[in-house]
Design a protein around this ligand. Sequence first.
Ligand code: ADP
Length: 331
Amino acid sequence: MQTSIKRKLVVVSIVYWFLLAYIIAALVWWFISLEKQNQVMADLKIEQLSSTTEKATLSADYQKAINAIEFDKNRNTTKYVSEGITFLALILIGAVFVYRAVHEQMKLQVQQQNFMMAITHELKTPIAIARLNLETLQKHQLEETKRQKLIQMTLQETNRLNNLASNILVSSQLEGGRYRLAKEELNFSDLVKNCVQDFTRRFPDRLWQTEIEPELDIEGDPLLLEILVNNLLENAIKYSPRNGVIGCQLAHTRSQVIFSVTDQGHGIPDKEKKKIFEKFYRIGSEQTRTTQGTGLGLYLCKKIADDHGTGIEVTDNIPTGCNFIVRFAAS
Ligand code: ADP
């Protein structure tokens, strides 16, 4: 966590605990003073009764009056206790709510700062590489294989840039409700096949295992579905070793079209499996992470899956890695 935010969190925590302690102490003080007042009132009433009915202190009427005063006093005590407990419960519920909200806010602030740093790097790196490659091509007469390699690298970087721009644009449009989801009947098999072909062309040295059943149709938005497929394939490449097999399957049951992407990377720990779909969330800390990213990809995949009336799940791949699955309703 950045030191400025850490310091802010410490100050906010101190103020928070001080205010909470003050409110609870005020409540306890309120109870004690009311209870004291109650006792004084009861004593006064008994004193008054004793002075007016001096001779008959032992009479049944006197005892009855005393009992009534005691009853009143006890009733008041019960009222103060129950009111006190209700107030305390409300204060504690409010306190938990505020505590959570503040921590969520701080977490979001940290993630946004990380995102800004990541995005600056993610934008600058491909631009710098592409520029360097183009300058090299312009200045030197390279042999054909070297030339092709540089062009290939430049294309990869521009694709990365394009993906990043799509992710940022689409997520802000989806969130702002400015994106009109197109619900059209489409050949999902072709869409997945094209995405995979694009990846195999960009990463020919990776091991691909694809099983895509032909002519599977679903109803959805082609642009969003392409982003979903691309993000999952991109992650499989990013988070698995060079010699690991990347799988992409598209199959169907009677009612569903099931799309999945598997890899043989280090996988995702169980406690992180839900969090990875949160906006800007990235596993590990800025110090321990070795891969670049913005934490937007899976958030967007989940949003797209949700908007298509389905969800996205992640399970462990056997023997290693993970398996992302999206089940669409067959049309
Ligand atoms: P980004 O890849 O830009 O960090 P994502 O939203 O795509 O953001 O992923 C969120 C996090 O989930 C990643 O930072 C990574 O730690 C983890 N993750 C995503 N896909 C995989 C995968 N295939 N294998 C292992 N970890 C993954």
